[in-house]
Design a protein around this ligand. Structure first.
Ligand SMILES: [Zn+2]
Ligand SMILES: [Zn+2]
Length: 475
């Protein structure tokens, strides 16, 4: 392993703040059990990467803290051993969290002295390949972390991401860079930190049709550099009205959509690294890159792919911005619409973020039929002939004005979550824009506690990371 990072659920950080930053100014500690995700080769830097995701917070009782001098903390090992026990049983990794209420934003020499004993203890108990995370909550509310591989060796966490209503990134020297000339006007609006954040993120676009190509074209212009595109289709004449970057020769040559979109992005010359996957997102060749992504835009109309990503957001604490467009022309009056709706739904393991099944965006029957078509085309055709499956209907209407606007709505939601330009409570988990009525609807969601994806009661899956089978789905 060469690099490591941590993604936290915002609600976990909120409880840690309460546990660690008490009014008496004393130091406190807590443990967080973390799911782990192995990325064999990161597509952008070629390194193997381990991504940890917060799964459960465990407080350390006050009576187990035996020393709380201003610059260091020592705790009895009882609760640590209990955390190690649970971690071993559930295949999780323990993270030590402590605060430096008055102190520095660096690991102290006392931390450097104490922590090797703890990793030694962890490896003696749980095996020599056991790792240990150590994270400091700094006085400025920043996070800084490292991963212990052996009692002699640590690697710094490349980034700590906090995901919930907002998305906050923590990495060294955040906000202290100077934006490239092309992005200075944007920095005047949003500050340097947003530009720097966007340049660090790995962002995926699933589906490169009208909406996906619009999202993709916006990414480099916002300052995103690491981009992955997924689509197995080729450009056709019928796409040319809305597929950004595609032209007639691409349709004639039956060029893959990902290639056409990637070409347009690279031509912008904004230092982008585009990786293309001419594949269905559920295929195994896409898995490593999916796990490497920090943010995903879901612009597909494929229900099975969406069903997989719907789980992925919660298991891997990866925010997904899912988009859709519904145009229904009235049968009676040619010029009126029953629906002219653009939708952006954010999937993340956070309160108020119901999944696409609970929002009835995914139709499980269509998903089942699509799955059958992929795994057993003969049986699919037989059932279709007997009208047991819904099958593909007429092509649905699509207009570039609306596919592009939905893409912009989704991108604005991401920028707000990173930078906060809409102010407190500005995040919207589910927004439907009625283009013909010139109004936005934000239907609230009643939590569905029994949902196996977004319910998070009973057996918990949020932040679980890699498990077998993948996403707990039978493959
Ligand atoms: Zn410390
Ligand atoms: Zn749900």
């Amino acid at each position: 392993m060469n690099t490591a990072s941590l993604t936290m659920q915002e609600q976990h950080l909120n409880s840690l703040r309460e546990l660690l930053l008490s009014a008496d100014g004393k130091k406190r500690a807590a443990y967080v059990l973390c799911g782990r995700t192995v990325i064999d080769t990161d597509p952008w830097d070629g390194q193997s990467h381990r991504k940890f995701t917060s799964y459960e917070v465990i407080s350390v009782p006050d009576n187990e803290i035996i020393s709380d001098f201003a610059e260091h903390i020592t705790w009895k090992t009882d609760s640590f051993v209990r955390a190690l026990q649970t971690a071993q049983a559930k295949k999780l990794t323990v993270a030590l969290f402590h605060s430096h209420p008055k102190g520095s934003d660096k690991f102290s020499s006392q931390d450097d002295t104490n922590e090797p004993d703890l990793i030694q203890l962890a490896q003696n108990r749980n095996g020599s390949d056991t790792q240990l995370l150590s994270v400091i909550l700094t006085p400025e509310d920043n996070l800084l972390g490292r991963l212990w591989i052996t009692p002699q060796e640590t690697i710094p966490l490349r980034m700590i991401q906090v995901v919930g209503d907002s998305i906050r990134l923590h990495y060294p020297n955040r906000g202290q860079g100077v934006s490239p000339v092309a992005f200075q006007r944007q920095a005047l609006a949003f500050g340097e930190a947003l530009n720097q954040d966007l340049s660090m993120l790995r962002i995926g676009v699933v589906g490169c049709g009208g909406t996906g190509s619009a999202v993709a074209m916006l990414l480099p212009k916002m300052g995103v550099r690491n981009i992955a595109l997924f689509d197995k289709d080729i450009v056709e004449d019928t796409n040319l009205n809305r597929l950004h970057g595609a032209c007639q020769p691409d349709a004639n040559a039956m060029t893959p959509k990902v290639e056409v979109v990637a070409r347009s992005l690279v031509e912008l010359g904004l230092d982008v690294q585009v990786k293309t996957y001419e594949a269905w997102v559920g295929e195994s060749i896409c898995r490593d890159v999916l796990k490497a992504l920090d943010v995903i835009f879901c612009c597909t109309d494929d229900h099975v792919g969406r069903l997989m990503l719907n789980r992925f957001a919660y298991y891997y604490v990866t925010p997904i911005f899912d988009m859709g467009l519904a145009i229904e022309v009235s049968q009676t009056e040619a010029t009126s619409f029953q629906a002219l709706d653009g939708r952006v739904t954010v999937l993340a393991p956070a309160p108020g973020h119901n999944c696409l099944l609970c929002r009835e965006v995914i139709n499980p029957v269509i998903a089942r039929d699509e799955g059958l078509k992929r795994t057993n085309p003969t049986e699919y055709e037989r059932r279709k002939a007997e009208a047991y499956v819904i099958g593909e209907g007429n092509p649905s209407p699509a207009v570039v004005l609306f596919t592009t606007e939905v893409a912009i709505m989704a991108m604005q939601e991401l920028v707000h979550r990173l930078q906060g330009f809409r102010g407190k409570d500005g995040s919207t988990a589910h927004r439907v824009r009625k283009f013909h009525l010139m109004s936005d609807r934000k239907p609230a969601a009643v939590p569905n506690l029994s949902c196996p994806v977004c319910g998070n009661v009973g057996v918990q899956w949020w932040g679980r990371g890699d498990i077998v089978p993948f996403l707990n789905q039978v493959e």
